[in-house]
Design a protein around this ligand. Sequence first.
Ligand code: FAD
Length: 390
Amino acid sequence: MLARVPLVMAWCSMSGTPRNCDILVVGGGIAGASAAAALAGAGAYVILLEMEPQPGYHTTGRSAATFVSSYGNDTIRILNAASRPFFDTPPDGFADFPLLSPRGALFASDEAHISDLRTALDDPANAGLLEPIDTQTALEYSPALRPESAVLVAYEENAADIDVNGLLQGYLRRLQAANGRVVTSARVDSLLRRAGTWQVGTNVGAFSAPVVVNAAGAWADEVAALAGTASIGLVPKRRTALTFDPGVDIARWPLTISVDEEWYFRPEGGDLLISPGDETPQPPNDAQPDEMDIAVCIDRIKRHTTMTVSRLVSKRAGLRSFVFDKSPVAGFADDVDGFFWLAAQGGYGIQTAPALAAFTATLIGSGEISSDLSDFGLTVTALSPSRLRA
Ligand SMILES: Cc1cc2nc3c(=O)[nH]c(=O)nc-3n(C[C@H](O)[C@H](O)[C@H](O)COP(=O)(O)OP(=O)(O)OC[C@H]3O[C@@H](n4cnc5c(N)ncnc54)[C@H](O)[C@@H]3O)c2cc1C
């Protein structure tokens, strides 16, 4: 049960929608949906506000949908490990299909990047996750690779595809089953703290709650500015993902990625997703692929594989948002009351969502995190917004 949050069950009703709640979550991507479900499951009355008609419209709906345990910095890898059990064994009735499907991830380096991959292989945090494989074996796994782009190769066998829509819908169903509400097409445009309560203005009317969770993805700094809290220096960075039909059976190919993340590919549906690993800083927006990034992507795939991309089946881009240390930001702001950050999930927000949601619910509820999380080595300080001011 949530201890620190007073339960405000006496709601008023406007147009049939209860407006007062314990916790308002801003943002209906994977971060907001998962946190809202965890908070509602812990006994809070939660309303989720999403500015688009559809939850998951922005970054969540545009990801590469992979779970790679060895991906990210030390904090991310702790969150990966703490999230994996949820993916492997979700709660009963959470999803109609498994959330993960076996895929494997192959990290390839050419001559110039061998030392980067050696460093990853030597990192004790990757022990048991990453194994070196020889070039011949790498080409059996991922036949389109050029041998000179796979001089040293590491393989993560347990890497998997994520059913992102299954995960998102599962969280939204759990939120609603716990009496939570989802309000779409509701853009938060003002936040005013009065008598221990946030008065939240939107285009569909006012809401109020003692606690606001800022899960606004690329817009998180803009939402924070409405509340008058200091910026975390969030930088949204555009990443492009294209698909094409390579004309061969790719069903069993692993995610294949250069160690410097300058290109990657993986099967998506019947096609192959390719990306140039771009990270172009830009203001929050409905990101669209840039023609130059598309050209760079096609060129890199041509240089590092035997494939030729003649016609694209689809193209998309999304914003991966980072702070300077590339760890997420989850915790109460230290300069205004009742404002909880859940932002900066970067390129790992789908695979880390279960642990970040549990972290959010226990920290808001009790002021501490559960031993389930701390046993993995997670600390409040590692994710705290205050660390960014140090
Ligand atoms: C090409 C690409 C590949 C990726 N691959 C992977 C991967 O393989 N694995 C992985 O784990 N991660 C991956 N990621 C990263 C992952 O997609 C993100 O970390 C994650 O989706 C972030 O979720 P979010 O909920 O924070 O953001 P979002 O999904 O963007 O959700 C934020 C929501 O807040 C809403 N919002 C903003 N402002 C307001 C407001 N004022 N009022 C109301 N609502 C508001 C927005 O409309 C949006 O829906 C990838 C990302 C990209 C772009």
